[in-house]
Design a protein around this ligand. Structure first.
Ligand code: PBG
Length: 332
């Protein structure tokens, strides 16, 4: 029998932490460049690269510059980029027709990227907020965000993106039934191989602030998104959203934001075993950058640790504005 009060610790967990080699050998989780999706902002114009003030190190770029970014992504070994259009207040409309215009700057960017770097996966965002006069993800009728009418528009938007060559459609709007509607429409239009990464567990979060600046939605947005995005108090409800989206034909699912919702990453992965992604959103990025710029945390270490945490929590990959820097750090 083992003595209860042994003179030495029976288990020394520090033994396998004593040097880098053994730490590597016992590492349970790895972060690799193949785990990254790089979100980028596209705008009208030419040769434009305009910094987003609330997201240090992130810019809005014209289509030609986005192609440069796509080449950079491919050179770094990043498998996918995700396109978000910036639309100025004066270009926004109530009918959101720009959203499904085959010639809008997002669709032109998709075409230009697929022509220049065909092997790079291009993901899109499906929601009306980047074209809507009031900044909402759906149509607003008498002060309400209407569900089914919005789905019809989202289908048109997704089809235009698929026609432009998008590989992965990312519905981020949180309307009910949109995944099924988009899946059916894609199949009917011969886009059987176009994938859907559903923003399934998407919360009504304060952490989207800098993104709304980046896409020009902050000035437009009236009210909040609590009637369609999930209440941060809820966990089971998010699981029901994920189950529903998978049943309707989503190939992959997302938890968003990331770091405050690591519990959801783990629950979603364990419950469904589907390809699961976290979105390290703009506010999470801005927090790390702001603290680092003040000298309060080490930027590179915080960046790498935050991404590893998503992998540990069960995610297969991460959408992160740090993607190119992480890729560089991993390769060198
Ligand atoms: C829009 C959308 C948002 C984000 C991605 N798609 C903002 C929102 O829902 O208001 C946020 C991403 C980020 O904060 O980085 N449907």
């Amino acid at each position: 029998m083992r003595p209860v009060h042994a003179p030495f610790p029976i288990t020394r967990l520090r033994r396998t932490r004593q040097n880098a080699a053994i730490r590597d050998l016992v590492a349970e989780t790895t972060l690799s460049v193949g785990d990254l999706i790089w979100p980028v902002f596209v705008r009208e114009g030419e040769a434009i690269e305009e910094p987003v003030p609330s997201m240090p190190g992130v810019s809005r770029r014209s289509v030609d510059k986005i192609v440069d970014v796509a080449k950079e992504a491919a050179d770094l070994g990043i498998p996918a980029i995700c396109i978000f259009p910036y639309t100025a207040l004066e270009e926004r409309t109530e009918d959101c027709a720009g959203a499904w215009d085959p010639e809008n700057h997002a669709n032109r960017a998709i075409r230009a990227i697929k022509a220049a770097v065909p092997e790079l996966l291009v993901m899109t965002d499906v929601a009306l907020d980047t074209y809507n006069i009031n900044g909402h993800d759906g149509f607003v009728v008498d002060g309400e965000i209407v569900n089914d009418q919005t789905n019809e528009a989202l289908v048109k938007m997704a089809l235009a993106q698929a026609d432009a060559g998008a590989d992965i459609i990312g519905p981020s709007d949180m309307m009910d039934g949109r995944i099924g509607a988009i899946r059916q429409a894609l199949e009917g239009a011969g886009h059987q191989n176009v994938m859907i990464l559903s923003y399934a567990a998407k919360y009504a979060s304060a952490f989207y602030g800098p993104f709304r600046d980046a896409v020009g939605a902050s000035a437009a947005l009236t009210g909040d998104k609590k009637t369609y995005q999930i209440n941060p108090a809820n966990s089971d409800e998010a699981i029901r959203c994920v189950a529903r989206d998978l049943e309707e034909g989503a190939d992959m699912v997302m938890v968003k934001p990331g770091m405050p919702y690591l519990d959801m990453c783990r629950r979603v992965k364990d419950a469904f075993g589907a390809p699961t992604y976290a979105y390290q959103v703009s506010g999470e990025y801005a927090m790390i950058m702001a603290a680092a710029q003040n000298g309060w945390i080490d930027e590179d270490r915080a960046m790498m640790e935050s991404l590893m945490a998503f992998k540990r929590a069960g995610c297969d990959g991460v959408l992160s504005y740090f993607a190119p820097r992480v890729a560089r750090a991993l390769s060198g």
